[in-house]
Design a protein around this ligand. Structure first.
Ligand code: P6P
Length: 339
C-alpha cells in the first residue's frame, strides 16, 4: 500500500495553532475558516468564468473609478456574506465599497474582529486568464460595542492580527500568517479542502527578480530610475542583471517573488505621487506577510506597517521583497530624494 504523506488540512492547522494562544476561544479560527469557505466559492466561479456568462463588466464603476467586473461584484458579495454570517467580524472595508460595511445585526455586533479586503485584486486580467487574487487583513476592533466603525479599520499594520491572500492560478492557494510565520495551503478541488503544501514560507536571502511597470519610467522618482539601472548592470557577484518579471496582478507578482526571490515595486509617480496601491487592503497585508517571511516592505522611506492610515482607500508607494533588495531601493530613494 502506498502511504501518502500525512495531509494537514487548513482547518486542522488553524486549530492546532489556536492551542498556542492560551486565551483563544476559537473566534479567529472561525473567521479564518469563513474566509476560506468564501474563497472556495469564488474559486469555483473563476474556474467556470470562461464557460458561463460571468465575464465582462456590470457597467458600473467602483469607488476607485475602476470598471467593475462581474466577478469583482460576485467575489465582494461572497466574502461579505461569509463574514457577516460567520458572526466573528463586525465591519469590513472593501476595495469595492466606498464606506465601511458595518454589521449591525445583534449576532455580528458581537464580532471582535474587522476585515480589510480586496476581494478580487488584478481583475483587469480576468479575460486574459491571468492569475488573480483576494487579499485580506484582520484587526481586533477598538470600538466597544455596536456595529464596527471606521475607527476600527483605520489601524496601522503593526496592529494586524492576521493577513493573507488567495491566489487563483494554475492551482488555488491560500497563504496566511497570524504572526508566527507564513504558511501556504493548496486547494484540492476534488474534495474542496485546502491542504498544507508550503510550510514556513520565507524569502530567499536575496533575489534575482525585479517587478515593476516600466511603462511608467519617465514618471518615476530618480531613486527608482537609478534602481532600475542597478538591476540591469552586469555584475556576476550580485547575480545582476536581474530578471524582469511583471504580471500586473499584485498577488501573482508577490507570490512568485516570495517563492523565487524578488522585489516588487509600485512607486509614486509625478502623476500619482502616492502610487496606485491601497494601504489598508493591499500594501499592509502584503507587507505583514513579507515581514513574517523574513522580508521588508516600505514606501521608500517608512516601514509600511508603521503608517497610520487617515482614510479607508488611501494609497501608498510600495516596495516589498527580501530585506537586502528593499534596502538598496531605500538607499537610492534617500540619495536622490528631491526636497
Ligand atoms: P498597473 C491590479 O489592478 C493592481 O491593483 C495590482 O494587482 C497590480 O499590482 C497593479 O494594479 C498593476 O497596476 O498600473 O501596472 O497596471
Amino acid at each position: 500500500m502506498v502511504h501518502r504523506n500525512k495531509i494537514t488540512t487548513l482547518t486542522e492547522f488553524i486549530i492546532q495553532r489556536q492551542t498556542e494562544y492560551p486565551h483563544a476561544k476559537g473566534a479567529l479560527t472561525r473567521l479564518l475558516n469563513d474566509i476560506a469557505t468564501a474563497a472556495k466559492i469564488v474559486n469555483r466561479e473563476i474556474n467556470a468564468a470562461g464557460l458561463v456568462d460571468i465575464l465582462g463588466t456590470v457597467g458600473k464603476e467602483n469607488i476607485q473609478g475602476e470598471t467593475q467586473k462581474k466577478l469583482d461584484v460576485f467575489a465582494n458579495e461572497m466574502f461579505i456574506t461569509a463574514l457577516k454570517g460567520g458572526g466573528e467580524c463586525c465591519a469590513i472595508v472593501s476595495e469595492e465599497n466606498e464606506k465601511v460595511i458595518s454589521f449591525s445585526n445583534e449576532f455580528s455586533e458581537l464580532g471582535k474582529y474587522v476585515v480589510a479586503m480586496d476581494p478580487l485584486d488584478g481583475s483587469s486580467n480576468i479575460e486574459a486568464n491571468v492569475s488573480i487574487g483576494t487579499i485580506f487583513s484582520i484587526y481586533r476592533r477598538v470600538s466597544e460595542a455596536g456595529g464596527g466603525t471606521q475607527e476600527d479599520l483605520l489601524q496601522p499594520g503593526t496592529h494586524l492580527i492576521a493577513a493573507g491572500y488567495v491566489i487563483y492560478g494554475s492551482s488555488t492557494m491560500l497563504v496566511y500568517s497570524t504572526g508566527k510565520g507564513v504558511n501556504g495551503f493548496t486547494l484540492d478541488p476534488s474534495v474542496g479542502i485546502f491542504c498544507l503544501s508550503h510550510p514556513n514560507m520565507c524569502f530567499p536571502e536575496t533575489g534575482k527578480i525585479y517587478s515593476i511597470n516600466e511603462g511608467n519610467y519617465i514618471y518615476f522618482p530618480d531613486g527608482v530610475k537609478q534602481y532600475i539601472k542597478y538591476c540591469q548592470e552586469d555584475d556576476v557577484h550580485s547575480h545582476r542583471p536581474y530578471t524582469s518579471r511583471y504580471i500586473g496582478s499584485l498577488v501573482a507578482d508577490f507570490h512568485r517573488n516570495l517563492i523565487k526571490g524578488g522585489i516588487f515595486l509600485y512607486p509614486g509617480t509625478t502623476k500619482q505621487p502616492d502610487g496606485k496601491l491601497r494601504l489598508l487592503y493591499e500594501c499592509s497585508p502584503i507587507a505583514y506577510l513579507a515581514e513574517q517571511a523574513g522580508g521588508k516592505a516600505s514606501n521608500g522611506f517608512t516601514r509600511i506597517l508603521d503608517i497610520e492610515p487617515v482614510s479607508l482607500h488611501q494609497r501608498s508607494p510600495f516596495f516589498v521583497g527580501p530585506c537586502s533588495m528593499v534596502e538598496t531601493v531605500e538607499a537610492l530613494m534617500r540619495k536622490y530624494h528631491k526636497k
